[in-house]
Design a protein around this ligand. Structure first.
Ligand SMILES: [Zn+2]
Length: 677
C-alpha cells in the first residue's frame, strides 16, 4: 500500500430528522471512532469530520407534520445527536451542520465551478406538480404503488419494502403527500450530472484499482456499473436547501445528495484553515465510513463530482457496513423500533463501553446482523466481566495484597513466561492489521485474546498457591501480569476508551502511544498501582427484561396502529336510521352495580325525563368523573332488565383498536334532549 502522510476520516452525516440509534452506531460511528482513535495513538496526522445533514424532503415533511419550521426540526436533532456522540466518546474533530453559512458557500462554489466548466446538462422535463398546494413533488412528497412489488406506500425516490430506487414517474396511482390530491405533470428545468460520461473512468478506478475494497461494497458498485449509469439531477424544486446559484433558478435548490457529501469539505474548512492539505494533497488518504444504503453516493456520485471538479483527492477506501437489526426486526425510526442512544444512557448510566463492545463484537461487517438484549447481557457478563474485568482485577488485587501496589521485580523467566511475553507483541500486531483492513470485530477479538492470555497465565501459574513457598517466582509472575495489563490498556483504548482511561488511572500510566503496546517493560519495578473497583459490573436479568418489555410494548402499539379498520356493515335505509331516537343527555348520578366488574348504573337527564341506564363501561371510567358529562344516548332502545335493574336506552361510545371505550360527547353545549340526526 502507498505510504500516506495524513488521513482524512469522514463519517456519514446523520440526517437531522430523528435521534441516533444503535444501528447508526454499529454501522458507521463505532468503526470510524475505533479507526480514528487507533490512528491518533499511532501519532498519525488525522482529522475526523462529521456533522448533521439538514436538507432534504424528510425534514420538510416532518416540519409540516409538526407544524413547525424545518429549522426548528434540524436545530432540535442537531443538538440531540451532537450530544449523543459526545456521550459515547465518538471523538470527531468537528461535528458541523449543512445549514451553516460556510456550507452554503462551499456547496454553491462547488456547483458553480462545475457549471462554469460545462459539466452539467440542463434539461427540461415533466415532473409531478400539486396544483392544490402549488408546488412540485420531489422524492418523498409523492407516494404511490411500487411497480416492482405492488407496495401501495412507495415513495417517489424509493420503495422501502423491496428497496428499489424509484423516480416519481415510476409510481402507479401517484398521490401528493402534501394535499393528498392526484398530481399533474408540469414542465421544469433541472441540472444533471452526466454519470454515464464518467462510467469508463469509474469502472477502472473501482473495479480495477480498488479490488481491495470490502466485497459488499465492491459488489454493489459493480452491479450499479453493470446496469449502466444515467445522468442524475442535482437540483430539486423545493424551498429548503442550498439555492441553485445561477440565474433563472428561483425556487430550486441543490439535491440533498449533491450537497450532503460536500458537507465533509465544509466541515473541514470550518475546522482548519489548512483544509486544502486534507482535500487536495495526493498524500492524504481519505476514508469514508458509511452504511450500505450510502454506497452509491460515496462510491459513484461523489467521486464523479470530485473528478468533474478535478482539484480534489478521491476516497481511498469506503468500508461500508451492512445493517443491524434489532431482535430480528428491521430498525425503524418511524415505527420506534430502535434502541436510542439517549435512552440507553438513561437506563445504563456509565455503560457506554458495554454498548460499544456489544455493537463492535457483533458488527454487521459482511452481512446484516441482529442485536438482541440477551446477547448484549452475555457479552457484558461472559466477556467484559468474566475475561477482561476479571483478569485486570486479579492482577491488581494480588499486587496490592502482596506488594502494597508496587510492581515487583521480574526475576528469571522460564520458557512459558517467554512465550507469554512474546505473545503480547503478536496480539498487538494482529489487532493492528485487522484494524487497518477494517475488520474491527476480529481486531476486538484479538484484543480480548490478550486478556484471555493473562487469565490463562494466572490460572496456569497459580501465584496464590506458591506465595508463601516461592516468593521470587510470584514476583516474576505478577510482573508479567502487570505488563499484560499495561499493554491491554493501550490495545483496548480504541474500543473501550472509558474503561481504559479508568484502568490507566489505576495503574498510574498516562504517557503512552500505540507502539508501546507489546513492550514487556512498560511498568518498571517499584511503580505504584492502586486497588480499584471493578472495571465492569454484571448486568442482571431484570435490567434486560425491562428493555425487552419496552420493545414488546412498542410492537403492540405498532400492531394496533396498523390493524385494519373494521369493514363497513351492510346498508340500512334512511327510514331505519330515522326510527332511532338519538339524543343528548347529561349524567346526573353514576355508581357501580354491586358484584359486577363491568356495569355502571347511570341516572341521566335526556330532556324528556330522567331515567336509569345500565352501561358496561365500568372498566374505563371512574363513576364520580362522569357526573355532569354530556353524552349521546339512544333513547328508544327496548328497555331491558340487567342484574335486576331496568335499563332504558344505551350510552354511545367508540371502541378503539386496543378495546378502550371513549364516550361520545357533543363538541359544543347542547340542551338535553337535542336530537342527533
Ligand atoms: Zn417495491
Amino acid at each position: 500500500m502507498k505510504n500516506f502522510k495524513r488521513y482524512l476520516v469522514t463519517s456519514a452525516l446523520p440526517y437531522a430528522n430523528g435521534p441516533i440509534h444503535i444501528g447508526h452506531l454499529a454501522g458507521v460511528y463505532i468503526p470510524s471512532d475505533i479507526y480514528t482513535r487507533y490512528l491518533r495513538l499511532k501519532g498519525v496526522d488525522v482529522i475526523s469530520v462529521c456533522g448533521s445533514d439538514e436538507h432534504g424532503v424528510p425534514i420538510t415533511l416532518k416540519a409540516r407534520k409538526e407544524g413547525v419550521s424545518p429549522k426548528e426540526i434540524v436545530d432540535r436533532y442537531h443538538e440531540l445527536n451532537k450530544k449523543a456522540f459526545e456521550n459515547f466518546g465518538i471523538a470527531f474533530d468537528i461535528y458541523s451542520r449543512t445549514s451553516n453559512k460556510i456550507h452554503y458557500e462551499t456547496a454553491s462554489d462547488f456547483f458553480l465551478r462545475l457549471y462554469n466548466k460545462g459539466e452539467f446538462i440542463e434539461k427540461t422535463s415533466n415532473q409531478y406538480y400539486d396544483e392544490e398546494a402549488g408546488c412540485f413533488l420531489a422524492d418523498r412528497y409523492i407516494t404511490g404503488t411500487c411497480p416492482h412489488c405492488s407496495n401501495e406506500n412507495a415513495y417517489g425516490d424509493q420503495c422501502e419494502k423491496c428497496g428499489t430506487s424509484l423516480s416519481p414517474t415510476d409510481l402507479i396511482n401517484p398521490k401528493s403527500t402534501v394535499s393528498g390530491s392526484k398530481p399533474v405533470q408540469k414542465e421544469t428545468l433541472h441540472w444533471y450530472l452526466p454519470l454515464d460520461k464518467y462510467e469508463p473512468w469509474l469502472r477502472k478506478w473501482i473495479l480495477e484499482d480498488h479490488k481491495e475494497w470490502k466485497t459488499n461494497v465492491y459488489g454493489q458498485c459493480k452491479s450499479w456499473l453493470d446496469q449502466g449509469l444515467q445522468p442524475r439531477a442535482v437540483s430539486r424544486d423545493l424551498d429548503w436547501g442550498v439555492p441553485v446559484p445561477v440565474k433563472n433558478a428561483e425556487g430550486k435548490v441543490l439535491y440533498v445528495w449533491f450537497d450532503a457529501p460536500i458537507g465533509y469539505i465544509s466541515a473541514t474548512r470550518e475546522l482548519t484553515e489548512d483544509w486544502e492539505r486534507y482535500w487536495k494533497d495526493p498524500e492524504t488518504r481519505m476514508i469514508h465510513f458509511i452504511g450500505k444504503d450510502n454506497i452509491v453516493f460515496h462510491c459513484i456520485i461523489f467521486p464523479a463530482m470530485l473528478n468533474a471538479d478535478g482539484s480534489f483527492i478521491l476516497p481511498d477506501n469506503v468500508p461500508a457496513n451492512e445493517f443491524l437489526n434489532l431482535e430480528s426486526d428491521k430498525i425503524s425510526t418511524s415505527r420506534n423500533w430502535a434502541v436510542w442512544l439517549h435512552e440507553y444512557l438513561d437506563d445504563f448510566p456509565g455503560k457506554q463501553d458495554v454498548l460499544r463492545y456489544a455493537l463492535c463484537a457483533n458488527a454487521p461487517e459482511t452481512k446484516d446482523n441482529d442485536f438482541t438484549w440477551k446477547d448484549f447481557q452475555a457479552r457484558n457478563n461472559n466477556e467484559l466481566v468474566a475475561i477482561l474485568g476479571n483478569f485486570v482485577n486479579r492482577a491488581l488485587v494480588l499486587t496490592n495484597n502482596y506488594y502494597n501496589g508496587k510492581v515487583p521485580v521480574r526475576g528469571e523467566t522460564n520458557k512459558y513466561d517467554k512465550n507469554v511475553l512474546a505473545e503480547i507483541g503478536k496480539l498487538k500486531e494482529s489487532v493492528e492489521s485487522n484494524i487497518e483492513s477494517f475488520r474491527f470485530r476480529e481486531a476486538l477479538k484479538e484484543a480480548m485474546n490478550l486478556a484471555r492470555l493473562g487469565n490463562k497465565y494466572l490460572a496456569d501459574t497459580e501465584p496464590w498457591k506458591i506465595a508463601k513457598t516461592d516468593p521470587e517466582r510470584v514476583k516474576t509472575i505478577m510482573n508479567i501480569a502487570l505488563q499484560i495489563t499495561a499493554s491491554l490498556s493501550i490495545i483496548c483504548e480504541p474500543f473501550l476508551p472509558f474503561s481504559m482511561k479508568k484502568l490507566r488511572a489505576w495503574i498510574n500510566y498516562n504517557e503512552f502511544k500505540w507502539s508501546d503496546a507489546g513492550n514487556t517493560d512498560l511498568l518498571p519495578a517499584g511503580h505504584s498501582t492502586s486497588n480499584t473497583g471493578l472495571l465492569f459490573e454484571k448486568i442482571e436479568d431484570e435490567a434486560i427484561e425491562r428493555q425487552i418489555e419496552k420493545l414488546m410494548l412498542t410492537k403492540k402499539t405498532n400492531e394496533a396502529a396498523t390493524a385494519p379498520a373494521i369493514p363497513e356493515k351492510s346498508p340500512v335505509s334512511y327510514d331505519d336510521f330515522s326510527r332511532m331516537d338519538l339524543r343528548t343527555a347529561t349524567i346526573l348520578e353514576a355508581e357501580k352495580v354491586p358484584k359486577t366488574t363491568k356495569l355502571l348504573k347511570l341516572k341521566v337527564d335526556c330532556g324528556i325525563d330522567t331515567r336509569t341506564i345500565v352501561s358496561g363501561i365500568a372498566e374505563f371510567f371512574d363513576p364520580p368523573s362522569l357526573i355532569g358529562r354530556q353524552i349521546l344516548i339512544i333513547a328508544n332502545l327496548e328497555p331491558r332488565k340487567i342484574k335486576g335493574i331496568e335499563s332504558k336506552g344505551m350510552i354511545l361510545t367508540a371502541e378503539d383498536k386496543d378495546g378502550n371505550l371513549i364516550l361520545i360527547s357533543p363538541s359544543g353545549k347542547a340542551g338535553n334532549g337535542s336530537i342527533v340526526k
